[in-house]
Every structure is written in structure tokens, then in C-alpha cells.
Design a protein around this ligand. Structure first.
Ligand SMILES: NC(=O)c1ccc[n+]([C@@H]2O[C@H](COP(=O)([O-])OP(=O)(O)OC[C@H]3O[C@@H](n4cnc5c(N)ncnc54)[C@H](O)[C@@H]3O)[C@@H](O)[C@H]2O)c1
Ligand SMILES: O[C@H]1[C@H](O)[C@@H](O)[C@H](O)[C@@H](O)[C@H]1O
Length: 335
């Protein structure tokens, strides 16, 4: 029987994940939807999940006996309450990033899952499933010697008025925070943020661009430019410099045209397209593990470390100082 999934949060990514579960992936079906905005829940139901039941609250959806697993795709500030409820109900839960908006919140999830005694949570860090990052990791692991530095950029064409300076960390940089730990098999020890000249395209409350400097336990130095009003497209760059050579994240595949004396490649503009294949793979991984009553992939511990690192980066934004990052011992469940 197909895994019966309930979705909490029927906005952009909730709708997109529900579509891939019902139309692209195998072994699962969306049977329930809940959103504080009833119109969004109804739109998801009519567009991609016509046989789903609408629930008034996420808690009722999680408790319903006809739901086997839960997808949390609501706003970040609401993730913790739903993930904790799913753990309490013993149901596997896929939670979009961030796992929680504070380190304390993520810690509560780690403690609840550890007490449950088995993995139930997968965090939506989809870059670990991306073919380009997997190829880069294979080269970093074996071909360029000891990694010394990482130069990276995370650029969005533009952001909404509601996007404020700390969101550059916990909404945007959080992808790099997670993927570089995985890529380098390392953890962070400090963070610093510096602000170049502000772009005139950023609204009043947003300092953009920013440069985040991270230092790892093994001594790797990472610089990430976060620039969310770059205008020209959605652009993710990553270069790892090792003792014997360097390696770049591949560009997304695109047709090269020669026309009117110009040689051109298109650049993507929407995040939904940049990692479209990796969203498919991460959710299939979730479905396969959830069918066995558990979870794999990026864990609550990874979500917690990302939250601790994010908090340090936000403090670094506010103070201009180098902020130390300290982690407690990793619980046995995540060894
Ligand atoms: N992995 C990625 O690349 C990626 C991409 C986009 C968004 N996200 C994450 O997914 C989450 C949703 O982002 P989005 O772009 O879809 O936002 P969105 O605003 O388009 O959708 C969020 C939906 O959640 C609903 N919602 C808010 N509070 C709720 C609550 N308490 N209970 C139920 N529903 C609630 C809203 O009404 C809205 O329909 C965010 O955490 C975001 O960071 C991840
Ligand atoms: O929620 C989105 C998403 O995570 C994108 O991958 C990122 O580039 C955006 O900055 C963020 O707002």
C-alpha cells in the first residue's frame, strides 16, 4: 500500500513537493492537507491532490490515524511545533529547512527524537542529493588533496519586502552551512560577517550583499557571498581549493547559442528549477525510509548544527565580531 502523506503548509514548496509525490515519485500519495490559509490548502487540493482531505490544523492532521507520514512545508517559525508533534505520534516527518528558527528549538527536536530512540526526521537540505554537489564531493574526497579554502556565492535575482537582513542567514545561507559540513566532513568553529557597499536594489531594512566567513575545526576558511538582489538570475557558485588543485561545482546544464555575434548560455532565475532533480531524489529517499517507519538523509542533528551556526552568523551580523561556534557532544542516534 502507498505511504499516506499529509502536507502542512500549502505554499510554493508545499505545492511543488505535493505535485512530485503524486505525479513523479513512487510509493506514496498525498491524502491530507492543512494550511492556516484555507485558500492555499484548497488550491493545492484542486491542483495536485484532488482526493486529499483538508484538516483545520496541522496537529489534527498529524494525529489522524489515516496519515502515515508528514511533510512540513509551512513557514520556518512553525516547523518546531509540527516536528515535535510528529515525533510524539511516532510518524516519520520531512521538514523543510530550517528545522527550527532557534538553536534551542532544534535542540528540543534532537532530544525528543533521541528519546524516541529512532530516526523519524529528515530535514530538507536537498543539495546533498544534487548530482553536481555529489560529483564535487567525490573529487574533494580523492583528487585535490587536503581542502584549504572554499569560495562560494549564493545569489537570488531579488527578494520580497518581507526579507530582512537575518534571513540572508537562516533562509538563504543555511543551504551552504549544511552542504559544506557534508562536503568537507567538518564542523564550524567561528563565523564573521562583513558588509560591502549596499546595492541600491535592496529595500531599506535589508543589508545586501553580505560576505560570510566561516572557519572549520580542521582549519578550512570559507567565504560565501550572499547577494539576494543580484538582478541577473539565480546563481549558486562553489569552488574548493585543495593542496593539489581546485574543483568547481558544475554549472546547470544549458544550451549554448551562437547568434548575432554572441556566444551565450542561459542562467536560471528560479530556485525551483536549480535543484529540481535533487528535490525528487530527497523526497524519494524520505518515502523509502518512511515506508519502513524511519528516516534517513539530513538529520535533526544536521538541522540543529545549522541552527547553532545560523545563530552565530546572525550575532556576527549584529556585532561585526568573530563569533565562536561551539557544539555539544553528538547524541548516539546520529553517530
Ligand atoms: N529547500 C528549499 O530549497 C526551499 C525552497 C523554498 C522554501 N523552502 C522552505 O519551505 C518553507 C515554506 O516556504 P515557501 O516558499 O513555500 O513559503 P510560502 O509562504 O509560499 O508557503 C508557506 C505556507 O505555509 C502556510 N502556513 C504558515 N503558517 C502555518 C501554520 N502554522 N500551519 C500551517 N500552514 C501554515 C502559509 O499560509 C503558506 O501557505 C520555508 O521554511 C522555506 O524556508 C525551502
Ligand atoms: O527559501 C528560499 C530557498 O531556500 C532558496 O534555495 C534560496 O536561494 C532563497 O534565498 C530562499 O529564500
Amino acid at each position: 500500500m502507498a505511504l499516506r502523506i499529509g502536507v502542512i503548509g500549502a505554499g510554493a514548496i508545499g505545492q511543488d513537493h505535493a505535485r512530485r509525490i503524486n505525479q513523479v515519485l513512487t510509493g506514496a500519495h498525498i491524502v491530507a492537507v492543512s494550511d492556516v490559509n484555507a485558500g492555499n490548502a484548497a488550491a493545492l487540493q484542486s491542483e495536485v491532490a484532488p482526493d486529499a482531505t483538508l484538516f483545520a490544523t496541522g496537529e489534527e492532521l498529524i494525529a489522524a490515524p489515516e496519515i502515515d507520514a508528514v511533510l512540513v512545508t509551512s513557514w520556518g517559525t512553525t516547523h518546531e511545533q509540527y516536528v515535535l508533534a510528529a515525533i510524539a505520534a511516532g510518524k516519520p516527518c520531512f521538514c523543510e529547512k530550517p528545522l527550527a528558527t532557534t538553536a534551542e528549538g532544534a535542540r528540543r527536536i534532537v532530544e525528543a527524537e533521541s528519546a524516541a530512540g529512532k530516526r523519524l526526521v529528515q530535514v530538507g537540505f536537498m543539495r546533498r542529493y544534487d548530482e553536481g554537489y555529489k560529483m564535487l564531493k567525490a573529487v574533494v574526497d580523492k583528487e585535490i588533496g587536503t581542502p584549504l579554502m572554499v569560495h562560494a556565492a549564493h545569489r537570488n535575482a531579488s527578494v520580497a519586502e518581507a526579507y530582512v537582513t537575518p534571513m540572508a542567514i537562516h533562509d538563504t545561507l543555511i543551504h551552504e552551512i549544511d552542504v559544506f559540513r557534508w562536503l568537507l566532513d567538518d564542523d564550524y568553529v567561528s563565523a564573521q560577517v562583513v558588509f560591502p557597499r549596499k546595492t541600491s536594489h535592496a529595500h531599506g531594512k535589508l543589508r545586501d550583499p553580505q560576505i560570510v566567513l566561516l572557519e572549520t575545526a580542521k582549519g578550512v576558511r570559507i567565504d560565501v557571498e550572499v547577494f539576494v538582489n543580484c538582478r541577473y538570475g539565480y546563481d549558486i557558485q562553489c569552488q574548493v581549493v585543495g593542496e593539489e588543485g581546485l574543483a568547481n561545482l558544475p554549472e546547470p546544464m544549458s544550451i549554448v547559442t551562437r547568434k548575432k555575434a554572441k556566444l551565450q548560455n542561459a542562467i536560471l532565475t528560479d530556485w525551483k528549477h536549480r535543484f529540481i532533480d535533487s528535490y525528487d531524489v530527497e523526497l524519494q529517499d524520505f518515502i523509502d525510509a518512511a515506508a519502513k517507519g524511519t528516516a534517513s538523509g539530513p538529520s535533526s542533528w544536521d538541522g540543529y548544527v545549522a541552527a547553532v551556526t545560523s545563530d552565530a552568523c546572525v550575532k556576527a551580523q549584529e556585532t561585526g565580531e568573530i563569533v565562536p561556534i561551539e557544539l555539544p557532544a553528538r547524541p548516539a542516534l546520529y553517530a
